[in-house]
Design a protein around this ligand. Structure first.
Ligand SMILES: [Zn+2]
Length: 315
């Protein structure tokens, strides 16, 4: 290789790496939802290279002495963009990140917050997931499928503070109630309530404006308990883990609670009467929920999974 070709190759390598750094920049525009709270809303989709794994929400509260973030988004690049976006709202230091649960789309950005010295707070039941083969495999699949957004720089990050009981934390001059409500969506579910502005951060326990998907491992009994616990907070605004913010928090929480309760009541009766699922499903009046988005896609499967869980529990 002659000298000029060598120079050209070297400069191209630099230009590619400069380009990939540049192309990893994502602009997030936070939306203000109360005097001190902002959030960013991910798209409703599965994680992909196209959507940069921006499929979940994150929020932040600007306090007198700093900033507290709820959830870290689904990649280091997204988290860095969130840090930049926060910096445009307030120059105060980001003191802490509270993790609602350790699912990939909420935690792959944690490393970026750790790097700037933010304290990470989560429920200790997450340790089991963090030390599991599942977590490692999930990360390596994500590194392959979501590159360059999730790559070798994406790591699983442990919390600095593990909270196992309901606690009122004073962080950044803010009083925040942190309450464990798992195992419901995950064993380590935490919800955060900011009483001063009546804002509740629900993680993935509240789906708004659509029916949830109830997977075969969902725990609808404790999920209903968690929703009832949410109602005790009498929140005005609820920030879910996915989808838009609810400004009728009580109504939205009640609707989901009633739906889960209805599934358990109707399918529970079918199990008790030894009815076949198909017959029980056809005989059930679904009118109250039939107009909610995703009903056509989700309801039958939700009913079926509830039926199977209750059948299993009855054995
Ligand atoms: Zn999620």
């Amino acid at each position: 290789m002659n000298f000029f070709r060598f120079l050209l190759t070297i400069s191209c390598i630099f230009c590619i790496s400069a380009y990939s750094q540049e192309s990893k920049k994502i602009t997030l525009i936070p939306k203000q939802i109360s005097s001190s709270v902002w959030y960013v809303e991910g798209v409703t989709a599965l994680g992909s290279v196209e959507n940069k794994n921006f499929i979940s929400n994150a929020a932040f509260i600007v306090g007198p002495d700093g900033i507290v973030v709820v959830d870290a988004l689904g990649s280091p690049a997204l988290a860095e963009s969130l840090i930049t976006a926060i910096g445009k709202v307030s120059q105060k230091k980001i003191k802490a990140v509270i993790v609602t649960h350790y699912h990939a789309d909420h935690i792959y950005g944690l490393h970026a917050f750790q790097k700037i010295g933010a304290k990470i707070i989560a429920h200790p039941a997450a340790k089991e997931y963090l030390n599991s083969e599942t977590a490692k495999q999930r990360l390596s699949v994500s590194r392959a499928e979501l590159a360059p957004w999730v790559d070798e720089n994406t790591n699983l990050v442990e919390a600095n503070v593990w909270l196992s009981n309901q606690t009122t934390l004073n962080l950044a001059g803010l009083d925040l109630v942190v309450k464990p409500v798992g195992p419901a969506h995950t064993p380590e579910d935490l919800v955060i309530f900011f009483p001063k502005e009546k804002v509740l951060f629900t993680g993935d326990l509240l789906f708004r404006g659509r029916l949830p998907f109830i997977g075969s491992t969902a725990n609808t009994g404790p999920w209903i308990d968690a929703l009832n616990a949410f109602l005790d907070f009498k929140a005005a605004i609820a920030v879910p883990g996915h989808g838009s913010v609810s400004e009728n928090a009580v109504e939205d929480i009640e609707l989901l609670r009633d739906y889960l309760t209805y599934l358990r009541t109707t399918m529970g009766k079918a199990v008790q009467d030894l009815d076949l699922f198909d017959e029980a499903y056809a005989a059930t009046n679904w009118n109250r929920f039939a107009n909610i988005p995703m009903f056509q896609f989700a309801n039958r499967m939700n009913a079926y999974n509830t039926y199977l869980q209750l059948l299993d529990a009855s054995k």
